[in-house]
Ligand binder design. Structure first.
Ligand code: AMP
Ligand code: MG
Length: 353
């Protein structure tokens, strides 16, 4: 299939408005359109059209038991697709539009291919102006997972989308780099109106608890899923965000990491904090050290993680090493993505371990 690729810099400009209208028509006709959001790029289809949604799974090579998120133009649109409990409105007031996905009981307007047959649906109202303009142009809700081939890191820039999706979709809207860089926070509203965090993201546990009180954290968020357990969010059970070269997470000081890396053979790459780069560059060539950003700047690290994993992967390293991040604040999202990308390979370097 021929993919039309259009740069959208100013949604008010005539050329851009015409492209967004074409994209809206493509979606209404059952086509696939990739679009930027504030988190990562999404691979969209009409969420009310079972056949269109099916095409998403084919384009990504995604297992059909992994449901899609339904994107809406305004928080109140959720009522057409879900039975909306009062807690949703409180979350919507504070966090929407924005990087929060809320799981609620599904209504019949959403086909089973979108929810993978679950009795719930995931709803999100993105804040990115291009995503919003596309939703208005389409006039239908858009089902969209991340726009990567299944298993690889989510794309956070147009070049990475094109690597994976050129020839597989009708249109790609290039809106530049994504701000947040990791996928949306996913929460489930339980029947007793409490919240369970299924996937951490830009909206943190601390932010959610300020609105909803104490929340539960699903076991799979920070650990591996016990053998035979059912994932609350089906996406969590798959090997995910993974580069081709094996990734190992190092738990220790920069000096301990450096000692450890020195002992490794083969072509290795190190993902490190900016302040520590010089330590690694004393024995690794500079083109094998990749800065995640400053140690304190977790937002920057989250924004760069998938971008870096994909870039590093093009350089054919034998192994990639990275520091194990702390789990508070947006660190929880980083930790969650990194342990999956590393298939839970964590090396403890601290004394006494
Ligand atoms: P992606 O945006 O590509 O990461 O994919 C959507 C994510 O939302 C996957 O991890 C799904 O498992 C999750 N998801 C979508 N719908 C539901 C639902 N009804 N219940 C739990 N998780 C869901
Ligand atoms: Mg994904």
């Amino acid at each position: 299939m021929k993919t039309e690729i259009v740069k959208i810099e100013n949604i008010e400009a005539e050329r851009e408005r015409a492209a967004l209208q074409r994209a809206g028509i493509l979606l209404r006709q059952g086509g696939l359109v990739v679009f930027p959001t504030e988190t990562v790029y999404g691979l969209g289809a009409d969420a009310t059209d079972a056949n269109a949604a099916k095409k998403i799974y084919a384009a990504k090579g995604r297992p059909s038991d992994n449901p899609l998120i339904v994107h809406v133009a305004a928080p109140e649109d959720a009522e057409q697709y879900a039975s909306v409990p009062p807690l949703y409105w409180r979350l919507a007031e504070t966090f929407m539009p924005g990087p929060l996905t809320v799981i609620m009981p599904v209504k019949e307007s959403i086909p089973k291919t979108v929810t993978a047959g679950l009795s719930t649906v995931a709803i999100r109202c993105p804040s990115h102006p291009v995503a919003h303009a596309l939703l208005l142009a389409a006039g239908v809700p858009i089902a969209a997972p991340s726009a990567n081939l299944s298993g690889s890191p989510s794309p956070t820039c147009a070049a990475h989308v094109i690597d994976d999706m050129n020839g597989r979709v009708d249109m790609i809207l290039d809106g530049g780099d994504c701000d947040i860089g990791v996928e949306s926070t996913i929460v489930k509203i339980e029947p007793d109106e409490t919240l369970t965090l299924l996937r951490p993201g830009g909206i943190t546990q601390e932010m959610l608890e300020a609105v909803a009180g104490k929340i539960q954290i699903a076991e799979a968020v920070l650990g591996s899923l016990p053998e035979g357990a059912v994932a609350l969010s089906p996406g969590m059970k798959y090997r995910h965000y993974a580069p081709r070269a094996p990734l190992f997470l190092l738990d220790g000081t920069a000096a301990q990491m450096a000692d450890y890396i020195k002992q490794q053979t083969g072509r290795v790459a190190m993902l490190c904090y900016e302040e520590e780069r010089t330590i690694f560059e004393t024995f690794l060539k500079a083109d094998r050290c990749f800065s995640l950003g400053e140690r304190k700047n977790r937002k920057r690290q989250a924004q760069r993680l998938f971008f870096l994993l994909r870039e590093i992967d093009k350089l054919n390293f034998d192994a990639i090493y990275a520091p194990l991040p702390p789990t508070d604040d947006i660190g929880m999202a980083l930790y969650n993505r990194m342990i999956r990308a590393a298939a839970h390979h964590i090396v403890h370097l601290q004394e006494g371990m």
